[in-house]
Ligand binder design. Structure first.
Ligand SMILES: Cc1ncc(COP(=O)(O)O)c(C=O)c1O
Length: 459
C-alpha cells in the first residue's frame, strides 16, 4: 500500500462544480450575512462544510434503494437494517430516526431531567444543544492533550478518567441519567478514542450504575484508528473491533450520514427494554412509526448496505490517508493544524494562524470568510461562534479552549487534485493574513447560533 492509496473506486456519474468570480463571491458572502451556512451551493467551488450526508453512495446502495419496501409497518427494509445493526452493534433494540440529532432529542426527552448532567469526552454541538434544550448540563471531560494542537498523542479523543471519577463523585450518580463518549471526537478534531479508554469509561459508568451511550457517528473510522494504532488490534477486522466497542455500552446514537455512507438517516440503539418502550412512544409522536422513524423504506436499505461498506478495510485506509494527505500538505505550507489529523476532517488552529484577532472577534469565522473569498472553499467555524456560551450560574461568557476551523472531507466525493487546490487557497490566505479582520455578531438565536447567526466585518 502506498502512502496515498488511490481512490478504491472509479467515477460513474459526475456533478459539475465551478468557481464563480471573486466579486460574485464577495457579494454572495455579504448577502449571506457573512455566514457560509447562508450561501447557495452553486456559489461554492469546494464544499468542506461537513462530511455529514455529503458523500457519494455506491452502486450497491443505489440498487438497494430500488428494493426499498415502503410499507408503513414491518417493512422488509426495516428488517434488513435490523440485521445489519445487529451484526455490527449488537444492541437488543433500535429505532430509526431521520438523523443523529433526532436520536439525541428522543433520548434526552425520555431520559433527562432539568438540572441533570451528561458527561462525555466532548459533546458535538447538536448533542450539547439537545441536552441544554431539556435544561441539562453537558460536561466535557476529554484528556488535556486534546487541547495541545501539536501533541502527537494517538488517541486524543480519550476521556480523562480521573476527571470522570471526580466529576461523578462531585455531582452524584443520581444526577447523571446517562454518560456518553463521542467516537471519533468531532468537536475536538475528529480524534479517536482507544479501546482501553472505552473499556475504562464503561467500567466507571457501570460501577455507578450510569448507562453508557456512545455517540457512534464515526465508529468505523474510530475502529480503524484502533486497528492502526492500538496494540493487540492489528490483526482484527474493523467489524470485530466495532463489535467489541459496542459490547461495552448500553446504547448508541448514530447519524448514518457519516460512517453509514448515506445522505440522510440515523438511529438510536439500546439494551434497556423499558427505555426502548418510552423511546418508541416518543418516536411515534415526533418521527414516525418504530419501523421507519421518519425515513423512507429505501433509506433504510441504503443505510443497511452503507454500514457494511463503511467497515471495508480498503475504503477505510483510503479514507484516513486522504485526510492525512490534506493535513500533511497544509502543514508543509506552514498552516497550523491539529495533529495528528483526525479521521474525517482537518482542523486548522485559527487562533494561531490569526493571533491578531482575539476570541470575542471570532478568528475562526474570519478565516472561514477569507477561504471563501479567496477560492470559493467552504469550511466551518468550530470555535467561539459555535461553542462560546454564557455560564448558567454567573452569566459570564465561557470561551472554548481552541478557535478551530474544520475542513470536513465528504466521503468518496473529492479527488486529490481538489485537495491540492484547497492547499493553494490556504497559501494565498496565509500570505495576506495581516489584512484579515474579525467579526461582530449582529443576530443570533438562543441555541446553536453558528447555523443562522449574522455578522458584520470589523474594521
Ligand atoms: C459527533 C456528532 N454527533 C452528532 C451529530 C448529529 O448528527 P446529524 O447531523 O445527523 O443530526 C453529528 C453531526 O455532525 C456529529 O458529528
Amino acid at each position: 500500500m502506498t502512502n496515498h492509496p488511490p481512490e478504491p473506486f472509479r467515477i460513474k456519474m459526475v456533478e459539475p462544480i465551478s468557481l464563480i468570480d471573486r466579486e460574485e463571491r464577495e457579494q454572495a458572502l455579504r448577502e449571506a450575512g457573512y455566514n457560509v451556512f447562508g450561501l447557495k451551493s452553486n456559489q461554492i467551488f469546494i464544499d468542506l462544510l461537513t462530511d455529514s450526508g455529503t458523500g457519494a453512495m455506491s452502486q450497491e446502495q443505489w440498487a438497494g434503494m430500488m428494493k426499498g419496501d415502503e410499507s408503513y409497518a414491518g417493512a422488509r427494509s426495516y428488517h434488513r437494517l435490523a440485521a445489519a445493526i445487529d451484526e455490527i452493534f449488537g444492541f437488543d433494540y433500535f429505532v430509526p430516526t431521520h438523523q443523529g440529532r433526532a436520536a439525541e432529542n428522543i433520548l434526552c426527552a425520555v431520559a433527562l431531567q432539568k438540572g441533570q448532567y451528561v458527561p462525555s469526552n466532548m459533546h458535538f454541538d447538536t448533542t450539547e444543544g439537545n441536552i441544554r434544550a431539556r435544561g441539562g448540563r453537558p460536561t466535557n471531560l476529554v484528556i488535556q492533550e486534546a487541547f495541545k494542537g501539536a501533541d502527537p498523542h494517538p488517541f486524543k479523543g480519550n476521556m480523562d478518567l480521573e476527571k470522570l471519577q471526580d466529576f461523578i463523585k462531585e455531582i452524584g450518580p443520581k444526577q447523571i441519567p446517562f454518560g456518553m463518549i463521542t467516537i471519533t471526537n468531532n468537536a475536538g478534531g475528529g480524534q479517536p478514542v482507544s479501546m482501553e479508554n472505552l473499556r475504562q469509561v464503561a467500567s466507571i459508568y457501570h460501577e455507578h450504575e450510569i448507562p453508557f451511550i456512545i455517540d457512534a457517528c464515526r465508529f468505523a473510522e474510530n475502529a480503524f484508528f484502533i486497528k492502526l494504532r492500538e496494540e493487540g488490534y492489528e490483526d482484527k477486522s474493523p467489524l470485530e473491533i466495532a463489535r467489541e466497542i459496542f459490547s461495552l455500552a448500553d446504547g448508541a446514537t448514530m447519524s448514518a450520514k457519516k460512517d453509514a455512507l448515506v445522505n440522510i438517516g440515523g438511529f438510536l440503539a439500546l439494551n434497556d427494554k423499558k427505555l426502548y418502550q418510552r423511546v418508541s412512544n416518543e418516536l411515534i409522536l415526533r418521527e414516525g412509526f418504530i419501523t421507519y422513524g421518519g425515513l423512507a423504506g429505501r433509506d433504510l436499505d441504503a443505510i443497511a448496505i452503507g454500514l457494511r461498506e463503511g467497515l471495508n478495510e480498503e475504503y477505510l485506509m483510503y479514507r484516513l490517508k486522504q485526510t492525512a494527505y490534506l493535513a500533511g500538505e497544509l502543514k508543509s505550507a506552514g498552516i497550523p493544524i491539529l495533529e495528528p489529523p483526525g479521521g474525517h476532517a482537518v482542523y486548522i488552529d485559527a487562533g494561531k494562524l490569526l493571533p491578531h484577532i482575539p476570541q470575542p472577534k471570532f478568528p475562526g469565522q474570519a478565516l472561514v470568510a477569507a477561504l471563501y473569498i479567496e477560492g470559493g472553499v467552504r469550511g466551518v467555524e468550530l470555535g467561539s461562534v459555535a461553542f462560546a456560551h454564557p455560564d448558567p450560574d454567573t452569566g459570564e461568557m465561557v470561551y472554548p479552549e481552541m478557535e478551530l476551523v474544520r475542513l470536513a472531507i465528504p466521503r468518496r466525493s473529492y479527488t486529490q487534485s481538489h485537495l491540492d487546490y484547497v492547499v493553494d487557497v490556504f497559501k494565498k490566505v496565509a500570505q495576506g493574513k495581516k489584512e484579515i479582520s474579525g467579526f461582530k455578531i449582529t443576530y443570533q438565536p438562543e441555541l446553536m447560533r453558528h447555523f443562522t447567526a449574522q455578522f458584520k466585518p470589523l474594521p
